[in-house]
Write a protein that binds this ligand. Structure first.
Ligand code: SAM
Ligand code: SF4
Ligand code: SF4
Length: 358
């Protein structure tokens, strides 16, 4: 069946070409694609890769840039106009700027961003900017060296800060993402905001999520959006929410002195109702939700010679049938604990956050 038959009224302009709007069963459009370019990582963050050993996706399964680019084109043909490169650690992928240049040349992509842990950013910021990357988000969970090392298992804070400085020089602006964990870094919110102010970065605090990989997750370790706002108000005074109509996960707020920051409350107040994003793993599995237990294999048909139309129909059918609201379903669970046990993760790497790209 051709997906066009089921399209609702209304088009969006994607570059210069009108693109029919594809909606899922909850009327959510497909607009944003997170592309994981590798599952490998040079850190071991406690909330993402806390185990001692990991096995990786087989190298021959990883899609080439040409294959990834072709899939991205199929997605933009269905309405995707925002692409974020992620991982694992995306800067570990060899020749990443060459892939960025490929994507940046596509007029349909109006927002091309990357999420990185920043360790390798000092050297790569300029090549990425030159290749046409629009935006950078750096994950930073602590400004204290000993704590950073405890949290990420590598003493890399200095390199991350150098990467942030360089990204600021090259891009002029950036975002910093912090996963807040009780008893770990929840006393650093003010320090991180002030650091962000100093380097011209908008800081976003993320609630600790029980995603695949977070094997040490427990409810008590979650610092809720409400707690974070209360703590910041005690320090700064009244905080004003910014009125924004967007599918972006972060709610944005303004301090009395005008500093803007974000909160991503995926655990206590999920935003599934307006979720327009899907994820592509480095080996071509397409996931409709961060909590999906299964995905659609696109590598198989791609390597078997499927046409763009065939791939488009496959993707469109899946999106039109999509009813995923994983974080909301997790919120309804009683006696909530880590979502997936380490043994199960070892048997299925695709369930891992570092494979899905966050
Ligand atoms: N390695 C890159 C990085 O850390 O920025 C990109 C991949 S990482 C999986 C993407 C995002 O997922 C990061 O911002 C990270 O903080 C977030 N993340 C990973 N595990 C998480 C968890 N359990 N709860 C909330 N966010 C998490
Ligand atoms: Fe940390 Fe990102 Fe690596 Fe996960 S993928 S361990 S969040 S740096
Ligand atoms: Fe979207 Fe799934 Fe995350 Fe909800 S849990 S916001 S549906 S990816």
């Amino acid at each position: 069946m051709c997906f066009c038959a089921n399209l609702p009224v209304g088009v969006r302009h994607n570059g210069s070409t009108p693109v029919p709007r594809l909606l899922d069963t909850l009327h959510r459009p497909l607009r944003s694609l997170r592309v994981s370019v590798t599952d490998r990582c040079n850190l071991r963050c406690a909330y993402c890769m806390p185990e001692l050993d990991y096995t990786w996706l087989p190298r021959h399964d990883l899609l080439t840039f040409e294959e990834l680019g072709r899939l991205v084109d199929v997605f933009t043909g269905l309405g995707v106009d925002r692409v974020r490169l992620t991982g694992g650690e995306p800067l570990l992928r060899k020749d990443l700027p060459a892939f960025v240049a490929q994507l940046a040349a596509r007029p349909a992509i109006t927002d091309l961003a990357i999420t990185t842990n920043g360790v390798l950013l000092a050297d790569l910021a300029q090549p990425l900017r030159d290749a046409g990357l629009h935006r950078v988000t750096v994950s930073l969970d602590s400004l204290r060296r000993d704590r950073f090392e405890r949290l990420a298992r590598f003493d890399e804070l200095d390199r991350v800060r150098a990467g942030i400085d360089r990204a600021r020089e090259v891009f002029g602006h950036l975002k910093l993402d912090t996963v807040v964990m009780r008893g770990t870094n929840d006393d650093e919110l003010v320090d991180l905001l002030e650091y962000g102010r100093g380097v011209g970065a908008e800081v976003r605090f993320i609630e600790y999520m029980d995603v695949g990989g977070a094997t040490q997750w427990r409810p008590a370790a979650v610092v809720s959006r409400r707690e974070m706002l209360d703590g910041l108000e005690r320090h700064y005074g009244p905080i004003t929410p910014l009125a924004e109509d967007s599918a972006a996960p972060a709610e944005r707020f303004c301090l009395p002195d005008g500093l803007v920051f974000g909160l991503i409350s995926s655990t206590t107040a999920p935003f599934c109702a307006r979720c327009d994003r899907a994820r592509l793993t480095a080996d071509g599995l397409w996931l409709l939700c961060l909590y999906a237990t299964r995905g659609l294999d696109l590598r198989g048909p791609l390597r078997a010679g499927a046409s763009d139309d065939a791939l488009r129909d496959l993707i469109a059918q899946q999106w039109e049938a999509r009813a995923d609201r994983g974080a909301e379903v997790r919120l309804e669970s009683v006696d909530r604990k880590a979502w997936i046990a380490a043994d199960t993760l070892r048997a299925n790497r695709h369930l891992e956050m570092h494979t899905r790209g966050g």
